[in-house]
Ligand binder design. Structure first.
Ligand code: DGJ
Length: 738
């Protein structure tokens, strides 16, 4: 990190450096720290290298703009929290007021702390506006992964209430970032990429679902034209919040391009009494020099470095939802458990329908007591014991933040439902939202879950959340309640995890509608989608992994005929697709033939053999043959091995497909390249398989694989082939001696 010494420290009360550079992993951010304003990012992107005091001064000169926009007499370049007093007419960083007053603050920095770390580092800025009586804390960090994260806290230092309408942090991107890429989606088709030109104006993605949303922007990326997985520069931002949020790309008439976002606060949702403060969610920023894979790699590296990141081999998981739905029957589930164990499943999860009067989705939600009708007379205990005796973990479904009106809980505590005066929100899957910001409701849920987890030794919770929070007001405060509800959900997850050591929790929300970096701080994996159709899953997982590493993405093999799309796909493609994640099974194995179960067991074994690599490797994605052929691979951090899947998503226009490059390996090393995965068809057929495949292997250098590539099997659409590469032992020895 470079820090400029304060210029003329004796004449100035300022005690901090006027400019700081934070750098890690090939990326840096250079931040000006003026006394009379808020921090301004002069550069975010490729690493500038060390900067001396003279370099800093030169950089300021070089980046101070002419006042060419007729009418504005100063450089209007915005701070990380843009303010109107600078002449900025784009989206304001802070909006709020006291009954119409104090609506346009001018913050002055009063203190700066810079953490002196060799890799990364952070800046904490304290600022005040004496006129509006507001205090502000801004934190900007560069993490060892090269990710930037920032957040702001506003404090009411006045004597009357201050209403916060929004805190929006923005990071600048250069003018060569001409394209925008973010995600759209819907139930069972999450994270669909969409592209556009970075036009003048404000492009805003608002999430008003009260949860992250199946259609969330997830990552908003500005990039150079033609930005791809492996090429082009990219600057991506993510708002880490599981409630309402806003992601913004803004290009204004003076030429600035900014990307950022914050929480989307509903009218009057946050009102600070004297002394209170509001903290924004983290805004995460990732710079990629070589395309979207570079951006993804930073997120993955960061998440994997966390102390709480799951490190044990991710267990093969069977979830029984699509096998039995609400039709719970002990004998059937015992049989399913037996079959699951026989194919190598390691965790067995009982989904919705085990509690209260929950025989379908219209009743019982919120009554977290084992159903007498279905699971009484010790039947539930028998299932748990049976699963454990088979050597599997036992997982259980909950939807703790929700309630059916037809439930004992809703009947006894109607005041615990989020609502607006005089009416309940429109029903959504026949359910309403429990206001867990109310301490008694919170305590009730906490108690119910912890006692069941403890009593039955539950290892895993599938934590669902199946409706939007609309009209979601508190009966206690009368205010909109999404903000408080979201924070309460985080607290609840943390308290349950603290009370139940070893328990893992999955974030599920009508499939993949709660996938963000903050929920991942409180859970152990995400359920990517309710759509288990492997063709669709290729896309959903490909784009979920733009943010989330494969080991945290629940990825199951479904039935031959998909329950959500009706598409029929062979087990080879379903298995090959599910391996690209935290693998599992969601298929009624009582209906599978013995042959199918053998093949499934092969996929389970393949996953088990490869999961250490898949769950630690660097992700590589390429769209080939005009998008007809998708390459997805992982390369071990030490480049000793790699595993690549080639999926034929469509029929390419020309045939057979061209050579495929396998990037990411060590150029000088030799690799033994072999077909991988359970055999699918006659591997000796020269009409389908290239010569090297029929011979069983070929040895090529990493450079050859990355530049010349190799031919791949000529497969039908919705088929995949797997290729393993392993560094030759002698090159290992040579490499280690050099
Ligand atoms: C929605 C989830 O995404 C499904 O997997 C399943 O758990 C159902 N809810 C149960 O109601």
């Amino acid at each position: 990190m470079s820090v400029a010494e304060p210029a003329g420290a004796s004449e100035s009360p300022r005690t901090w450096s006027p400019i700081v550079r934070l750098a890690a992993a090939g990326s840096s951010i250079v931040v000006a720290l003026p006394e009379d304003g808020l921090p301004r990012v002069l550069h975010w992107g490729p690493d500038t290298g060390q900067l001396s005091e003279a370099d800093f001064a030169a950089l300021v000169q070089a980046t101070t703009r002419p006042n060419a926009a007729n009418g504005i007499d100063v450089d209007t370049s915005p701070a990380i929290l843009p303010e109107a007093w600078t002449g900025w007419t784009g989206t304001p960083g802070i909006s709020g007021h006291r009954d119409g007053r104090d609506w346009s603050p001018r913050f002055r920095t009063t203190a700066v702390t810079v953490t002196q770390e060799w890799n990364g580092g952070g800046i904490e800025v304290e600022a005040r506006d004496a006129i509006t009586d507001l205090g502000l804390t801004l934190v900007i960090e560069m993490l060892p992964s090269g990710l930037v994260r920032a957040r702001a806290s506003v404090r009411n230092e006045g004597s009357d209430a201050y209403r916060v309408d929004g805190l929006t942090l923005m990071l600048p991107v250069p003018t060569r970032a001409d394209e925008l890429l973010d995600m759209a989606g819907r139930w069972s088709k999450e994270r669909v990429p969409q592209r556009g030109t970075f036009r003048v104006g404000t492009y805003t993605r608002e999430g008003r679902h009260g949860r992250t949303g199946a259609d969330a922007a997830t990552l908003l990326t500005a990039g150079t034209t033609g930005l791809d997985f492996g090429s082009g520069e990219a600057w991506g931002v993510h708002v880490a919040f599981s409630g309402n949020h806003r992601t913004v790309a803004e290009r204004i008439f003076t030429g600035e391009r900014l990307i950022g976002g914050g929480e989307l606060l509903l009218p009057g949702e946050v009102v600070l009494r004297p002394g209170e403060s509001y903290t924004s969610p983290y805004l995460w920023g990732a710079y990629g020099r070589d395309g979207l894979d570079d951006v993804a790699a930073r997120f993955h590296r960061h998440l994997r470095a966390r102390a709480g990141h799951p490190r044990s081999p991710r267990p093969v998981t069977m979830n029984v939802w699509e096998a039995v739905y609400f039709d719970h029957d002990l004998d059937r589930l015992l049989e399913l458990a037996d079959l699951a164990a026989s194919v190598g499943v390691e965790r067995f999860v009982l989904d919705d329908g085990w509690f209260g009067d929950r025989r379908n989705d219209t009743a019982g939600l919120g009554d977290w007591a084992i159903s007498d009708a279905v699971w009484g007379d010790g039947r539930f205990r028998r299932l748990v014991d049976h699963v454990k005796a088979l050597g599997m973990e036992f997982g259980l479904w909950f939807e703790p933040e929700m309630v059916n009106l037809d439930s004992d809980l809703a009947r006894s505590h109607p005041e615990w439902l989020l609502q607006v005066p005089g009416r309940l929100p429109v029903e959504f899957r026949h359910q309403q939202v429990l206001d867990i910001a109310q301490p008694d409701a919170y305590a009730h849920v906490l108690r119910s879950i912890v006692s069941l987890v403890t009593e039955y030794g539950i290892d895993f919770i599938k934590w669902d959340h199946n409706r939007d929070l609309v009209d979601a007001g508190s009966t206690v405060t009368g205010r909109a309640g999404v903000h408080e509800q979201t924070l309460a959900a985080y607290r609840l997850l943390d308290e349950i995890r603290a009370a139940c050591p070893g328990l893992e929790i999955e974030s599920c929300s009508s499939g993949g509608a709660r996938v963000d970096l903050e929920i991942l701080e409180h859970t152990d994996r995400v359920w990517a989608s309710d759509c288990i159709d492997a063709h669709e899953r290729q896309q959903i997982q490909r784009w979920t992994s733009q943010l989330v590493p494969l080991e945290l993405i629940g990825s199951h093999i479904g039935a031959e005929k998909s329950h959500t799309t009706g598409r029929k796909l062979p087990l080879s493609f379903r298995g090959g697709t599910a391996v690209l994640g935290h693998f599992g099974v969601e298929w009624d194995l009582t209906e599978a033939t013995a042959e199918q179960r053998f093949e499934l067991a092969d996929w389970v074994s393949f996953y088990k053999a490869q999961r250490a690599l898949i769950h630690t490797g660097t992700l590589i994605r390429r769209d080939l043959e005009a998008g007809a052929l998708w390459l997805t691979g992982v390369v071990a951090p030490d480049q000793s091995a790699g595993l690549f899947a080639i999926a034929f998503m469509e029929r390419p226009v020309t045939w057979p497909a061209g050579r495929v490059l396998l990037p990411g390996l060590s150029p000088e090393a030799s690799y033994v390249v072999t077909p991988a995965g359970p055999a699918d068809g006659d591997a000796g057929n020269p009409k389908i398989y290239p010569e090297w495949w029929r011979n069983g292997s070929v040895t090529l250098t990493g450079a050859t694989l990355a530049t010349v590539g190799l031919d791949v099997p000529a497969l039908h659409p919705d088929r995949a082939a797997w290729i393993a590469v392993e560094r030759e032992p002698q090159t290992l020895a040579e490499g280690s001696g050099s």
